[in-house]
Design a protein around this ligand. Structure first.
Ligand code: ADP
Ligand code: LRH
Length: 499
């Protein structure tokens, strides 16, 4: 079968064509990029938005290209989590969806947690405290004309699916990231929503990955030159949920994963949430995965920091390409400058008046670390600091869940960063298996393929197919660098803002 995976990342979106066949003696899971387009927040005044209509246009362009060269048996959409659009009673989008990096949530989490204790919130949602979670975005817009006019809130993949099919709903893995979802009952936490002043009526009916969202509308079918019986299928519409489906883990190993893109999502796949006080204090999240699994993880600031440095240098007219910078970083002194890569000062986009490279220098200075004096040492400091955060997170996840991790799988665009993968292996003291870089698109099509009756009964079968069809790069941990000392240095300089 020939399937379209729409995978939207915060820095780039892509439409991928997958040809899947299983059980025929010649298993196939061929993925081809049909269309890739840049994505970024769009500033208007003090606000930061997504160009969601532009994303829809690019999705259509990719699907049209795919339709021209053969049949399309299914379409699945995943994107980054948390952000949403509001529909009015006519089903029209109200305003433009905000980016989670918008400033309007500043201070909101604190206000909400005065109303409902952090312990109580965690017992219901099981989520890490991220200042921009959907619940906080909606609280920030209480009293706004937009929220007053809203009939329905749609997370971004559900909004794009609605534009293709006319059907309204909320796919569960993504709903679980909103802070408005009960991780145990797996339904909307309507009581919590109402307590904080969010009308629970805007939360649409939930759907499972694998359910059919609907058929493409006649207008979409005509526009794309597709037949009208092409289904849009709900996948793990949270990109991280799809990426974890695409982790090529072997069944006999306990694996940690790093879904490494704009954000790095670092953790374990579990059968049940861990809602202990220790997990809350360590700020671990329990997001819902495909087939009722739990993604027990922490958000690490990720390659965002590096890509914002690249953007800042490019804007200043002295841009260098990523490969050249990584090669220079590989030769730079190791563990010279380590910083808390989760520092909140790194969350916002770089601007000409507040550039990411200078923020990093300032953070190093505040931490009493040697200040990076050129691009190579700055990039090295980002990578060393990411690896240190991965080590801390993998270890803490294992302790909190009572598991001994055998191997770390790195998937997503960042799995192509060989230096970072090697540093991760060194820091964690574990082998790292790197790839595939398009795990989210693979997870997306695997769930579609099962819904269309491919013989992929469970996650193990899906992962086995990825392993059989994709080659991975293995990094063995090396000794020689003192990660313990670096961690102690960091612990002694951290201001306590992140656990
Ligand atoms: P997202 O889906 O969040 O937009 P991706 O999974 O596409 O993110 O990952 C993007 C990141 O992957 C980039 O910021 C970059 O650091 C890294 N990356 C992409 N290609 C390469 C490459 N060839 N070598 C090293 N790193 C890469
Ligand atoms: C990664 C991701 C992550 C969310 C963030 C908003 O792309 O979906 O899992 O926390 O974006």
């Amino acid at each position: 079968m020939r399937l379209a995976a729409v995978d939207l990342g915060a820095t780039s979106g892509r439409v991928m064509e997958a040809v899947v066949s299983v059980g025929t003696g010649a298993d196939r899971l061929d993925l081809t990029e049909v269309h890739r387009f840049p994505n970024a927040g769009v500033p208007i005044g003090e606000s930061l938005y997504w160009d969601v209509v532009g994303l829809h246009r690019e999705v259509l362009a990719g699907l049209r290209t795919m339709a021209r060269s053969g049949p399309v048996h299914g379409i699945g959409i995943d994107s980054w989590a948390i952000d949403y659009g509001l529909l009015d009673r006519d089903g029209s989008l109200i305003g433009n969806p905000h980016s989670h990096r918008d400033r309007r949530t500043d201070g909101v989490a604190g206000q909400v947690l005065e109303q409902v204790s952090a312990e109580e919130v965690y017992a219901v949602t099981g989520l890490q405290q991220l200042p921009f979670t959907t619940i906080y975005q909606l609280v920030a817009s209480r009293g706004s004309a937009a929220l007053e006019a809203a009939e329905t809130m749609l997370l971004l993949p559900d909004l794009l699916g609605y534009w293709l099919t006319g059907e309204i709903g909320a796919e569960r893995t993504n709903a679980s990231t909103t802070g408005l979802f009960d991780v145990r009952s797996r339904t909307w936490a309507s009581g919590l929503a109402e307590r904080v002043g969010i009308p629970s009526a805007i939360l649409p009916p939930l759907r499972e990955p694998g359910e059919r969202v609907g058929w493409v509308t006649p207008a979409v079918a005509v526009g794309l030159d597709l037949p009208q019986d092409v289904p849009v299928i709900a996948v793990g519409s949270h990109d991280t949920a799809s990426a974890v489906v695409g982790v090529p883990a072997a069944q006999d190993q306990t694996f940690a994963y790093i879904s490494s893109g704009t954000w790095s999502l670092v953790g374990l796949e579990l059968e049940r949430p861990v809602l202990t006080e220790a997990a809350r204090a360590a700020d671990f999240t329990n997001e819902g995965g495909v087939d009722g699994t739990i993604r027990f993880l922490r958000n690490v600031m990720g390659l965002w920091v590096l890509s914002e440095c690249l953007r800042a240098w490019h804007e200043q007219g002295s841009g260098a390409d990523l490969g050249t910078l990584l090669a220079a970083a590989a030769d730079a002194p190791a563990l010279r400058t380590v910083i808390d890569i989760n520092d909140p000062s790194l969350l916002r986009p770089s601007t000409p008046g507040d550039r990411m490279p200078e923020r990093l220098v300032e953070l190093a200075r505040r931490s009493g670390e040697p200040v990076p004096d050129d691009r190579a040492t700055l990039v090295r400091s980002i990578l060393d600091s990411l690896a240190l955060a991965y080590r801390r997170t993998v270890r803490t996840a294992g302790q909190l869940a009572g598991l001994t991790v055998d191997v770390v799988h790195v998937v997503g665009g960042g799995s192509q960063n060989e230096l970072l993968c090697q540093l991760t292996a060194d820091a964690c003291g574990l082998p790292v298996l790197a790839g595939p870089s398009e795990a989210a698109a693979l997870g997306n099509v695997l769930v579609q393929a099962r819904a269309l009756h491919a013989d992929l009964p469970d996650l193990a079968a899906m992962r086995a197919l990825v392993r059989r069809t994709h080659s991975l790069r293995r990094h063995e941990p090396r000794s020689g660098l003192d990660w313990d000392a670096a961690e102690s240095r960091l612990a002694s300089t951290k201001d306590g803002s992140t656990p």
